[in-house]
Design a protein around this ligand. Sequence first.
Ligand code: AMP
Ligand code: MG
Length: 418
Amino acid sequence: MRNNAPLQNLDDALAQLLAAVQPLAQTESVPTAQALGRVLAVDVIAALDVPPGDNSAMDGYAMRAADVPAPGTVLPVSQRIPAGVVGQPLQAGTAARIFTGAQIPTGADAVVMQEQCEALAEADGAGSVRVQIKPMHGLSIRRRGEDVARGSAVLKQGTRLTPAALGLAASVGAALLGVTRRPRVALFSTGDELVMPGEVAPEDMPPGAIYNANRYTLSGLLQALGCEVTDLGLVPDQLEATRAALRVAAEGHDLILTSGGVSVGEEDHLRPAVQAEGRLDLWQIAMKPGKPLAFGVIGGGAGSTWFIGLPGNPVSSLVTFLLLVRPVLLRLQGVPVALLGMPRGLPLRSAFRRTKADSRREFVRARLDAEGHVTVYPNQSSGVLTSMVWADGLVDIPAGTLVEPGQTVSFIPMSFLQ
Ligand code: AMP
Ligand code: MG
């Protein structure tokens, strides 16, 4: 591969990555409470209706609507039905005291909330209720099956399990969920200038040294995406050491992820190391930050392991991870390709001016101001990690584009990239 090969278009690169990787075949069954962030390998089928019967949406009184021809009607209270208790069939011309979530007694067809009723005590201790409205048939009743119908697939294979999805699975009684196994990812950083927090104190930093930020960012991103991470630490900027690290990392992993060493400098050894140990498929993408990116395979045949080499600049490695590695990891877990294309930004009004166009598509670190307009971090250098912590999103600016305040720009919230 030549160093001056034309840059890859980002969408094409993503499509190529997604076409290359296939979902992992192995699945496992995990307790629902522990399945957050995992991807369903099978549909969750409802074995019952939810709610299982008609129940009350309010604390109040259940009655027959026809027994209340006008506001002010008084009905004797014939029974009391808390949630979890099954009442008696409702006698005609009476009301049942009822509480939220309690099953509606047979014969009742409306619930009037207690704020619209007046409880009347009678001398003999029995109670009655004055209903202050004329209820409609069906008032304040949650219908059997209105959330989920028995037999329906409430969650489909390929769904990433959010807290809401776990709750829905639990609401149909699923105690265990079939999910794709976690991708096993080997992570290492390259860069002889890097030192580890805790190993070298800030006051003892040798000249030219910097802390290894990417190790923490990338490990965190991988964990948040459901991966099992093997952190192989730091590999020296030497071809042989890099080749050896790739061979070790290929054992027992689905993906090797690295940071640094993928540019064209003499100290950038990943590209030749990958070519020696496997195959390199692409490595320059028309995006900013993050032009150098390597994708390939280490080893051959069935035992081969995917390789993605991210640039060393902290913002570049983070942005390329979000846009290109995240979809690969979700694809490995079985999320459908259709859900993994470039996230569509929200059309929002710019509060910034961009006077210099770039020849690459740029992802600018941005935040919404009090009016909901898009502002950008003043220093967009790919080494300034502060910009990523500050940002709530990225503005996706096409190549060669200037921006005026008031113009519509495409804002990708960070939550689209989680
Ligand atoms: P490279 O991609 O190896 O040429 O690195 C590009 C820039 O990113 C250089 O300034 C490196 O010092 C810096 N860099 C590389 N790896 C890391 C890392 N793990 N943490 C923080 N900065 C890094
Ligand atoms: Mg380097």
